[in-house]
Design a protein around this ligand. Structure first.
Ligand code: FE2
Ligand code: FE2
Length: 240
């Protein structure tokens, strides 16, 4: 039997983490509360924007392989779930009011400034790899802040990180399966993606890197690791 193109994970966060998050949030200092609110809002909005990315990909006049759609659909389900978990954390910590909902609903994407990164399936898979790698690092960096809501929410974010790493792996596998013949272009393609950092974020899901948690070190490391893995894929047929 042919292996599926997208590896999927199983399991859900344990019970009780939202109650714990609510209790912990009440005990936070105003400064800690504000810091948490800022980071959670960025997460909430960015995972929300997956719907815009999905619609953009579906509307592109490009040819995609069935394996791409398999990876894409598994990705979309996960990102929707991440948004739901972060929404539950926000609700527990701050309550859910019409203002937050209105801010989310008012979001409008603009892919114009990064449209050149969507040349074809190979370029899009490289963009997916790069973005997920960078995301893993940003979530990891903020773990102490998530921990303010207790070990339960910290574990939820651990699950999110594992999903983002899996998305990276799925895009990389897709490149190995369908785009090996394009690997000599990797340096140019990843270079273009790296150079697009600094473009103001416009609800595009990818390259959502305006917030304070991001720095040039994360971008450089994501580009370096990706290029190294693509080089190994080219030389040996398997990523390291
Ligand atoms: Fe996510
Ligand atoms: Fe992801």
């Amino acid at each position: 039997m042919k292996a599926p193109a997208a590896r999927v994970r199983a399991g859900r966060p344990g019970f009780g983490w939202t109650e714990e998050a609510g209790r912990r949030a009440l005990a936070l200092s105003p400064a800690a509360r504000q810091g948490l609110r800022t980071i959670l809002w960025d997460d909430l909005a960015s995972e929300y924007d997956a719907r815009f990315y999905s619609a953009w990909i579906e509307g592109l006049d490009r040819t995609f392989t069935p394996e791409f759609w398999e990876v894409h659909e598994a990705w979309r389900e996960d990102e929707d779930r991440h948004h739901a978990w972060i929404r539950a954390a926000w609700t527990a910590a701050f309550g859910w009011d019409g203002e937050v909902e209105a801010r989310l609903e008012a979001r409008r994407p603009d892919f114009g400034p990064i449209a050149h990164l969507f040349e074809d399936e190979f370029a899009i898979a490289c963009l997916g790899c790069y973005d997920e790698l960078a995301t893993v690092r940003a979530y990891r960096k903020s773990l102490p802040v998530y921990g303010l809501l207790g070990p339960g929410y910290r574990a939820v974010v651990g699950r999110i990180i594992a999903d983002e790493a899996l998305h990276y792996r799925n895009y990389l596998d897709l490149i190995g399966r369908r785009h090996r013949h394009r690997l000599h272009e990797a340096e140019a393609v990843v270079g273009r993606i790296r150079a697009a950092e600094g473009t103001p974020y416009r609800a595009t899901f990818v390259l959502d890197h305006d917030d304070a948690v991001w720095d040039e070190g994360i971008f450089d490391e994501a580009a370096r690791i990706l290029l190294e893995q693509l080089r190994r894929l080219r030389e040996t047929g398997a990523p390291g």
